[in-house]
Design a binder for this molecule. Sequence first.
Ligand SMILES: [Cu+2]
Length: 185
Amino acid sequence: MNHTTSPATTISRGRAAAMMTAALALSPLLGACGSDEPDAVSGPIELTAIDYTFVDVPERVTAGATLTLQNDSDKEVHEVVAIRLPDDEDRSVEELVQLPPDQLAGFFPFVETVLVAPPGESGFAVEGTGALTEPGRYALICVIPTGADPQEYLTAAAEAEGGPPDVAGGPPHIVEGMFAELVVE
Ligand SMILES: [Cu+2]
């Protein structure tokens, strides 16, 4: 984001200083009462996929919020696999995506929804409806092989009927950093 053309730069220095003072005065209050956490977003949660991360992932959403996925890559197909992590799982998503593939696969029964989006297009649900209905902590991951041919992937995914598509490619996009974490309340 380019801040150099922000309207804030046109605010007079005196006004900016006054706003800064007000913000500083408020911050101890916010910290003291614990209300500095962002409010939960009710959705739709419009995620954007780029090579190789998710953009605009809120920290907290309300139960029932629906995910959408826009793929802004011009070459890679992307997905968002939303996994409702077990309550006794306390490792971060960053730790979980480093597990060996067979251990990571142990979380696939907890998949709530999967959206897939071809390059430059909006996504569609291949599992669930996009809605995150159950409160808890979620991992959002993309495990599509790096460099996979989009059309080949989509064809293989349709043939696999919910199983993992068998296509040529490099490591899954989680290895490139394509994962995120959010809380449904
Ligand atoms: Cu991806």
